[in-house]
Design a protein around this ligand. Sequence first.
Ligand code: NAP
Ligand code: F7E
Length: 330
Amino acid sequence: MSKRAIVTGVTGQDGSYLVELLLQKDYEVIGVTRRLSTPNMQRIQHLRDRIQLRSADLLDQASLLDLVADVRPHEVYNLAAMSFVPASWEQPLLTGEFNAQGVTRLFEAIRRVDTSIRVYQASSSEMFGKVRATPQTEETPFHPRSPYGVSKVFAHYMTVNYRESYDLFAVSGILFNHESPRRGLEFVTRKVTDGVARIKLGLGKRLSLGNLNACRDWGFAGDYVRAMWAMLQQDSPNDYVVATGVSSSVEELVQIAFGHVGLDWQDYVDTDPNLLRPAEVDHLIGDASKARAQLGWQPTVDFKGLITMMVDADLHRLQCEPLATDNEPV
Ligand code: NAP
Ligand code: F7E
């Protein structure tokens, strides 16, 4: 009998890769969308006839209870969130409602329906923030630097709490930055690869960025969803760091992206103080030894391979459709 999984945040970057993986593994997939006046299905258009979609919102307890009670899943992957860090300073309360209390609402729905349902919570390296140790492991203390980071710390400890209080198989995947051609255009990797492609094709002239010195441990989203799935297949629930173990700066990112199309980044990049954050996370690098040892997980795409893949995908997309402004299925 095939397993049934609920995926919240199915219209997002990770949702689309995770659904592809689950379908390969013969899962019945129920994707959760929220009602929008204009549906936002670009990333899952190619999967639409192979999954069911249900409407529910992390803000609405009844919708989550109905969802879990009707579907009776074996596994729930909670990927839904307000995921853009700068927006969390503009809307700190809403960020908390989605990312912190939204997770509590989902856990409440699950524990009331069936405590044998396994659940994955999308935690983040942003919880480490002003880092207390390098590299960061599952044991590193948290010091979040944004309302987004704070909301994810709350949700992380709720995951631990529901595991300890109700014996739920609830896991927290502490994932470092992961990117792809399906990444939202506001995140720095995609902003750069889209900007480079536009400049190369004569559709743009310059690129404005914030802090070029920030360093992140960047991996490929397609690799990271394999770790999510593996966490729910273990004998017991556990939390895992998922990262490449290599950290690069935003400056290195622009060097690689412009270099890939034969341009010198210094001729095109401006820095804009308005793009600096009220508090920055300066340097992240993860140690995924536990995930490697227990999940048998390892990344297949390195940083240069990731960025060149994204530049090539943006070149292709803009050549096919030069007026494109949003993500296209790739
Ligand atoms: P993403 O592309 O921004 O997708 C977020 C998804 O959440 C979208 O499908 C969005 O739906 C949905 N959503 C937002 N608010 C919702 C609500 N109130 N109710 C129901 N759905 C809602 O994010 P991602 O990069 O795929 O990341 C997936 C998860 O991993 C997020 O929780 C993120 O915080 C976390 N994370 C990401 C990274 C990373 O580097 N990508 C690293 C660590 C953790 P709409 O399409 O309707 O907006
Ligand atoms: O910024 C710097 C910026 O917005 C990365 C989310 O998926 O990963 C993501 O959060 C760095 C920061 O990602 C620009 O200051 C410079 O230091 O791509 P980002 P993020 O904030 O690390 C974590 C793990 C998540 O969980 C989040 O959901 O790049 N930076 N110039 C810039 N960043 C942006 N966005 N735009 C710039 O122009």
